[in-house]
Design a protein around this ligand. Structure first.
Ligand code: NAD
Length: 448
């Protein structure tokens, strides 16, 4: 996979040297861990998984994870801790979390995974249960801030109506319990009640699927194209005509095709629909990654900066999705993945235009999910934090350093981290996952 083309992380390079590591330790400086990332053929976790809890899901969970090596509470170096918290029905029972996690939380392998599974609070059957289930969020996010050495913690809510086979949960669990979720931390994902079919191979979950990635000439989009192709998809890499050579390079690298497409042109949806229907019989996946920044404080903003950012980042994804769905170029059962940003959650100085556009993307996902569900199309968003790209290399040094370190994982992410999250949403096995916005930010303090 291509390395991210960001500015060099000199601090991490310094720490990787013996004297650097020594000085940093003595001075109590933050010590980012080299995160474990996906490599085909390697086990998903860095060690065995300990499963606990006494809710309705614990036995089905053991069944679902039967191909993962399992550990016992007294073992050290757990690669994962999975806790079924669906049995927690009131405040007093929250003590179950403490009893399970407190004795074992110190004994995690580097890049370990903590996953708590609860019942979607809005779908619980009593006030007591709603309160207790909502409380899991604070617990999980706090655990994410405490665990060290690249370990992460997430909460998955599942609908109480999901069948006990838990097939709809499997793609989410496998993603979170793997090196693919290296930079996703402190997140909450709600899974609906639909059943899912496991792919023939979890290493090629997108086999036979056709995917369009906008803004694919470079940066995050180029890596999304690579990861979707790695996972089996035929990729159409789209970007502005001026991207020319870089776009062809992406397309060649992933064995796909390129399409010159300015997403803001009035006929973009029509052109894309026609292309997909004529050449591919339609597409299964559209990733709206094309995005721009045109930073200025509001007082200094001109209307061109405002309009271009809203146009590329928000208006285009909305219009193009509408047209692809209407024309049938996005097939029934399709996947829409939008790219938001933590700036759309937290806001950012000098980015009123960008923050507006990226918050609008969240609205787009929430509003469209129930509508698209009628065609079994899911729509979700990834919200990247600090990712090492040309975009973030342009940020002034001090702000860039703060962006990297002010997170639980103490470093910036790589473009592949965003791409892995996109591929999880795009999987046919993620049909029970819609309307979700998941940050890929190393649990950045921004907007936390
Ligand atoms: P980038 O500037 O490296 O790449 C963006 C790509 O989009 C370019 O190839 C560009 O040509 C293309 N593009 C721009 N306008 C277009 C248009 N009108 N039609 C078609 N293509 C167009 O940016 P990146 O860092 O790779 O960011 C990709 C996405 O991730 C963007 O939506 C961005 O807002 C988002 N994001 C990035 C970060 C980060 O840290 N880099 C953080 C949060 C969100």
């Amino acid at each position: 996979m291509a390395a991210s083309k960001g500015a060099p992380d000199l601090y991490s390079t310094f720490l990787a040297s013996a004297p650097g590591a020594f000085i940093a330790k003595q001075a109590g400086l933050p010590q980012p861990e080299k995160l474990r990332r996906y490599k085909a053929g390697e086990p998903p976790l860095a060690g065995p998984v300990l499963i606990g809890g006494n809710g309705r899901l614990v036995e089905p969970l053991r069944e679902l994870l039967s191909d993962y090596p399992q550990s016992q509470p007294h073992d050290d170096k757990h690669g994962g801790l999975v806790f079924d918290a669906t049995g927690i029905g009131n405040v007093a029972e929250l003590e179950q979390l403490f009893k399970f996690f407190q004795p074992v939380i110190r004994n995690l392998a580097p890049s370990a995974r903590v996953v708590v599974i609860g019942t979607t609070p809005e779908e619980t059957s009593s006030v007591d249960e709603h309160i207790a289930q909502r409380a899991l969020e604070g617990f999980t996010r706090s655990v994410g801030k405490e665990v060290k050495r690249g370990a992460t913690a997430q909460l998955v809510y599942i609908s109480p109506n999901a069948s006990t086979g838990l097939s709809g949960l499997e793609s989410t669990l496998r993603f979170l319990l793997s090196a693919k979720s290296a930079f996703v931390d402190g997140q909450v994902i709600a899974v609906g009640d639909a059943d899912s079919q496991a792919p023939a191979s979890w290493d090629k979950p997108l086999a036979g699927k056709v995917a369009v990635v906008t803004g694919a000439a470079r940066g995050i989009g180029a890596t999304i194209a690579e990861v979707l192709a790695r996972d089996g998809a035929t990729v159409i890499a789209a970007d502005i005509p001026a991207a020319g050579e870089a776009l062809s390079q992406t397309a060649n690298k992933v064995g796909g095709t390129s399409l010159a497409l300015d997403v803001t042109s009035p006929d973009a949806g029509e052109v894309l629909s026609k292309h997909l229907l004529e050449r591919h019989g339609g597409a299964d996946i559209i990733v709206h990654n094309a995005g721009i920044t045109r930073d200025k404080t509001l007082a200094n903003m001109d209307d061109a900066r405002w309009n271009s950012v809203i146009g590329v980042n928000l208006a285009a994804p909305q219009r193009i999705t509408d047209e692809l769905v209407e024309s049938g170029a996005l097939k029934e059962g399709g996947r829409v993945v939008d790219v938001s940003s933590i700036a759309g959650i937290a806001g950012n100085r000098g980015q009123t235009n960008y923050g507006t556009s990226k918050a609008g993307v969240i609205g787009l996902v929430h509003a469209s999910a129930p509508v698209l569900a009628k065609k079994n199309i899911t729509i979700n968003a990834v919200a990247p934090g600090f990712i090492e790209t040309a975009m973030t290399a342009a940020i002034p040094f001090a702000t860039r350093e703060a962006g990297r370190r002010m997170s639980s994982l103490l470093q910036g992410g790589e473009t592949v981290d965003v791409a892995e999250l996109v591929s999880y949403f795009a999987s046919p096995a993620s049909n029970a996952v819609t309307g979700q916005v998941v940050r890929v930010c190393g649990q950045s303090l921004l907007g936390a």
